[in-house]
Design a protein around this ligand. Structure first.
Ligand code: AVI
Length: 318
């Protein structure tokens, strides 16, 4: 199935449910990538600064926790590489300490992949870079072809955009590909109060709102939808009991939307929502449940100074 056919099918499935749903996976077209970059600059979006602090200040300790042999070349594979601003601190520390390795950023977006590749080439001209474009769920098996030791990076709380069942399946799949003793560095946003989490998903400048609404623009331009964007609003939610930030697109009025590629109309009641994203917040116990059947063990944990964010080192069982 082509990329757009999958999008079309998922939109049809999602908008046909009694509780309408479209995956946040579809946020990331060129405009969506740019809006996410802007979100990361927002003062309310603490996740980026918190994890950046960990990488800036603790990269040497993180490298120690990898337990690598300096004489053996390894592969550093980054899933969902993004812009590389955090990873560059780790790469610098590895190069300064004399490790020999290649860096393989993996991202679904070729825009992001080009950005990160030229950034790293500019910063570290001698670094061997092997970018790979694709959905990291699907390209996972292709990444483990060589026999060299591997370290996997999956940072930015990207795991939080999967429900617990999907996160479990994903980590099992990563673990199946690792050899005993190999590591996954997993960056996760931690459970915390609503006063801190909710503003991160409803910034005052309205960038997150644009990011969410961009999904409707995408349906209009790629699938021939006639969504009137002003008739919908971004509606984020977070409860401390559940620990999951959720984003919805709420219909401001009773309306009908037509999607020409589907030759179908969809009715919306006033205040009816399309659920578009979850961002799960973690603690050790939740992570432990998710990795229970995966042969991964938590071996280290690095926190920022406010204890907002954690980079966990998970080691495959010997
Ligand atoms: C990419 N991901 C980890 C972000 C998050 O925090 O869930 C995406 C995002 N959605 C709204 N703001 C940022």
């Amino acid at each position: 199935m082509t990329k757009n056919n999958t999008f079309l099918k998922d939109v049809l499935d999602g908008l046909s449910q009694p509780s309408k749903y479209i995956s946040s996976h579809y946020f990331y077209d060129q405009a969506g990538d740019q809006l996410f970059q802007q979100i990361m600059e927002m003062p309310e979006y603490y996740l980026t600064d918190s994890e950046l602090e960990i990488f800036r200040e603790q990269s040497d300790a993180i490298i120690q926790s990898f337990g690598l042999n300096k004489n053996e070349e390894f592969e550093l594979i980054e899933l969902g590489a993004g812009d590389g601003k955090k990873t560059q601190h780790l790469l610098k520390a590895l190069l300064d300490a004399g490790y020999s390795f290649s860096y393989c950023p993996v991202d679904i977006s070729s825009n992001s992949l080009n950005t990160i590749t030229s950034r790293m080439q500019g910063l570290f001209p001698s670094l061997e870079i092997e970018p790979k474009q694709g959905d990291y769920f699907h390209v996972l098996d292709d990444l483990f072809i060589s026999n060299k030791p591997k370290v996997i990076l999956f940072i930015g709380s990207n795991l939080g955009n999967m429900n617990d069942e999907l996160a479990t399946t994903f980590l099992e799949k990563v673990a199946q590909n690792l050899k005993p003793g190999e590591k996954l560095l997993l960056g996760l946003d931690l459970l915390k109060s609503k006063e801190i989490v909710l503003p991160a998903y409803s910034d005052a400048a309205g960038i997150t709102s644009k990011f969410n609404l961009n999904l409707l623009k995408r349906i209009n331009s790629e699938l021939g939808g006639d969504f009137i964007i002003e008739n919908f609003e971004h509606a984020p939610e977070y409860t401390e009991e559940e620990g999951i930030a959720k984003s919805f697109l709420k219909s401001k009025i009773k309306q009908t939307v037509y999607i020409s590629e589907l030759n179908q109309s969809f009715d919306f009641d006033k205040n009816e929502v399309i659920h578009t994203e979850i961002s799960r917040k973690y603690n050790d116990e939740i992570l432990q449940n998710v990795i229970e059947d995966s042969n991964l063990k938590i071996s280290h944990k690095f926190l920022d100074s406010k204890n907002y964010f954690a980079d966990y080192i998970l080691t495959k069982d010997e």
